[in-house]
Design a protein around this ligand. Structure first.
Ligand code: ADP
Ligand code: MG
Length: 305
């Protein structure tokens, strides 16, 4: 049997106040995958990750990391996973280099096997190795936490909302690095509420909603289930109302810009633009927008409901 990197069975969590954050989650994350846990805020993603990290106690079910049950073999389970938490928490008075050395110590990595400078270099923080961590920007802190999660060379890396507070250029660098790690064999799991991010990075996606998994499939399969696409059209004159003949899924973004939503399974952009022209409008500019999480999500809840 090929074992999963992470395997959850009937995993549940009810917080002390009575909030049921996970309602019996069954999930297998294949070894070697780049896996996205996608869901709106409050869906239960961080709760799931924090249970794996040993930061939150589950109230039911089992969790298994790289073949190790987190209750029966907590040390092995912990050694098999590196977690980059959603919150940027660490000691501001240590330097990045010290932070990694300390973390390596906690995981029992002997000095000769530590790779603190190598890791800092990989996340583009080598020049910040010896400054106080509190002087780092949000993006740098996030990258330091990635390096920190990797000190013990775990086979599974989990990133909880990795690009929160990270600017676009650094986001690209972070993605590149995560892709490199994945290419070298690390199983990568990331949670996000951005479909775009999951789509760009993940080969499989599970959608989490209200403490349950409502879909789990190849990214391409999942996206093809969402039929909606948007055309954003700038026209050649001011509009005071939506012109007739464009259907009922049109919005006036401002007096010059129309947003037209269509189902890509039954129409194409050319047909939508032809309708705009037929309404007597000249097209100055066009951009498109793919289905977003909300569309996929609405499609799914419609199909499952
Ligand atoms: P996500 O990461 O998908 O945004 P979370 O796992 O953080 O979702 O939260 C799931 C639900 O559990 C939310 O309703 C949240 O308010 C609640 N929750 C999270 N942490 C706690 C906590 N420590 N105590 C009580 N409720 C919590
Ligand atoms: Mg979260």
């Amino acid at each position: 049997m090929t074992q999963a990197a992470i395997s959850l069975r009937a995993l549940s969590k009810t917080y002390a106040g009575g909030k049921q954050a996970l309602r019996g989650v069954d999930l297998d994350i294949p070894r070697g995958s780049m896996f996205g846990l996608l869901g709106p805020n409050g869906a239960g993603k961080s709760t799931m990750i924090n249970i794996l990290a040993g930061l939150v106690n589950k109230t039911g079910g089992t969790a298994n990391i790289w073949g190790f049950d987190i209750d029966e073999h907590p040390r092995n389970a912990k050694a098999s996973i590196g977690i980059v938490p959603q919150e940027l928490v660490f000691d501001a008075f240590f330097t990045p280099f010290e932070t990694l050395e300390l973390q390596a110590g906690l995981f029992g990595v002997p000095p000769a096997k530590r790779r603190s400078m190598e890791l800092l270099d990989a996340v583009h923080l080598a020049d910040k190795a010896h400054v106080y961590s509190r002087t780092l920007s949000g993006g740098m802190k996030r990258r330091l936490l990635v390096a920190k999660a990797l000190v013990h060379n775990p086979p599974v890396l989990v990133l909880d909302e990795p690009t929160a507070g990270v600017d676009i250029e650094l986001r690209q660098q972070l993605w590149d690095y995560v892709r490199t790690l994945h290419a070298m064999g690390t199983t990568v799991v990331l949670t996000t509420h951005y479909l775009e991010e999951a789509e760009a990075l993940c080969d499989r996606i599970a959608i989490v909603n209200n403490g349950a998994i409502i879909a789990n499939d190849l990214t391409s399969v999942l996206l093809s289930t969402a039929g909606d696409k948007k055309l954003i059209v700038t026209v050649d004159r001011d509009l005071s109302e939506i012109p007739a003949g464009l259907g009922d899924r049109v919005e006036l973004k401002n007096e010059r810009v129309l947003t037209l939503t269509y189902d890509k399974r039954s129409r194409n952009a050319g047909q939508v633009l032809a309708a705009v022209a037929a309404a007597g409008l000249g097209v100055i500019d066009v951009s498109t927008q793919e289905a977003d999480l909300e569309d996929v999500f609405l499609d799914l809840t419609r199909n499952h409901g």
